[in-house]
Design a protein around this ligand. Structure first.
Ligand SMILES: [Zn+2]
Length: 172
């Protein structure tokens, strides 16, 4: 009797969790997507800090639900706040937004291991190398760059990549 009763309870609990599990999973995926969009919108706002005229890019690094770093494209600290030379070309020493965000952590007590990088434009190959070496495990971006070699390198390094188009960013 007792055994049967516990078997009955066990089966019911199992059925309950089996049917509930996909819902829990879907809910957490939705929640993550909402957060991803919010962080990307924040990165887009952060790009407004850039004094570069040709292109403004913003980046955020999030770890354990905390923004641990931020960056936008610009010249190194202490240099003039002008990105372009007299011909309108970007100066070779301008740092990309994600390079600024990663190197900012190098100056802090934190680290980017297993963090997520939010970036308004897809990373170039030089930044992709830094992302891999910084231990970043996830990259969420919203604007495709004309070259895809950066993204391809990240894929080779098994980094999770999520593209959210600009038109999908609003709401949520
Ligand atoms: Zn770059």
């Amino acid at each position: 009797m007792g055994f049967k009763f516990f078997t009955y309870i066990y089966i019911n609990i199992s059925v309950f969790f089996i049917t509930l599990r996909p819902k829990i999973l879907v809910m957490s995926i939705d929640k993550q997507l909402i957060l991803d969009k919010r962080y990307l919108r924040m990165a887009a706002i952060w790009a407004e800090n850039s004094y570069c005229k040709r292109r403004r890019v913003g980046a955020l690094i999030v770890k354990d639900k905390m923004i641990i770093s931020d960056g936008y494209n610009g010249t190194p600290a202490g240099f003039e706040n002008i990105c372009e030379d007299e011909n309108g070309e970007t100066k070779p020493y301008v740092l990309h937004a994600e390079a600024n965000a990663i190197t900012k952590i190098a100056c802090s007590n934190n680290n980017s291991k297993n963090a997520t990088l939010y970036i308004t434009a897809s990373p170039c190959i030089e930044c992709a190398k830094l992302i891999i070496q910084a231990g970043i495990k996830r990259v969420v971006y919203s604007e495709k760059y004309r070259l895809s070699d950066g993204i391809e390198l990240l894929e080779r390094a098994m980094i999770e990549i999520l593209y959210i188009g600009k038109d999908e960013l609003d709401g949520g």
